[in-house]
Write a protein that binds this ligand. Sequence first.
Ligand SMILES: Cc1ncc(COP(=O)(O)O)c(C=O)c1O
Length: 388
Amino acid sequence: MNRLDQISLGKIVVIREKLIKAQREGTKIYRFESGDPSFDIHPNVKIAMEKALSENKTHYIPNNGIPELRSALAKKLQNQNKLKIEDKHISVTNGAMHALYVLYQCIIEEGDEVIVPDPMWTEAVENARLAGAKTIGVELKPEYNYVYRASDIEAKITAKTKVIFLNSPQNPTGAIIPKEELQKIADLAVKNNLWLVSDEAYEHVLFAGGVHISIGSLIPDYKKMVSVYSFSKSYAMSGLRLGYFACTDELFNDRAGKILRCTVNGINSVTQWGAIAALNTPEEWTKNMNEQYLKRRDLFLEALAGNGILTPYIPQGAFYLWCKVKDGINVAELSEAMAQAGIGNAPGDCFGEAKSTTQSIRLAFSCSTEMIIEGAEPLRAFLKNYEQ
Ligand SMILES: Cc1ncc(COP(=O)(O)O)c(C=O)c1O
């Protein structure tokens, strides 16, 4: 069978298209299914991109990123993430999604096993499968606040395990892995000589005391460590498509260079100049985004207060509300009825197969604050009626 036939087009994509169609036909839709930040990009990013265009910086560029950006990223990774990374260890990609595609192609041999959280944003899992891996889910349990735990990971390690994948803050739960647990996961990888792939796309989306630690900073000399980042969430640059990964293993980087050359051969040059400006975004800008996210989270929590169907996990990072659906309620039917009522959502089976995953639903608060203010009452009314 062709590998691509084992990959879904993405259940959320199907849901999103249905909602957009209803929206186009005039139905009022609250876009709580989508993970696209509502914010505009910082004006300095626009200025830098316009300048790059006017200076005709539109020619072929090095396939792993322009030196100016890689150098700025190395400084960021050293200072903010506390990683022992130099320019030569970094590859610029077409979003973190593409980073995951490239890095798995560099690591995986047919039949290798990759341990992943369940639930997990689908594409992180499917990019491993696309490279020929078998993915092994570790259930994230509500009783442990959805934290990905080293002891549960250890129980899944076999002779075929090649990679432990982690994502914190996490999509879809919003859970942050505490430092002690990160240390245990890092030690586990080192002890078993496994690759660690850390997706840190939400590193800057933090509120209510949430703190991000890069697992790579806990094992600074470990070569089988790949750290993945995105400009989509940190700087609301989702449509500009810019991500990157860093790893100190020479063979890995050699292979990454080959895939980048044979596929995209460098990411849009103008976006890369914009990315340098984005790295200098004033702290106030990020702070304001996070204040809005906190406000949106709390508006959702208020709308859900007292309902008997959805029990939300209260996140301190990312922009998702992962809600446990009351046992006995069919999640597919609930999700469809919510969508019919104009309330976008993503049912748990978009994110995995574990029991608590499929008995959950994800609401996103990356849409505008106004949309959540407007949608709060219809959401409350929907849940009240559904219970009866
Ligand atoms: C955990 C995680 N990683 C990566 C991405 C993709 O980021 P990008 O837009 O940079 O491809 C997403 C997007 O939703 C995500 O949730």
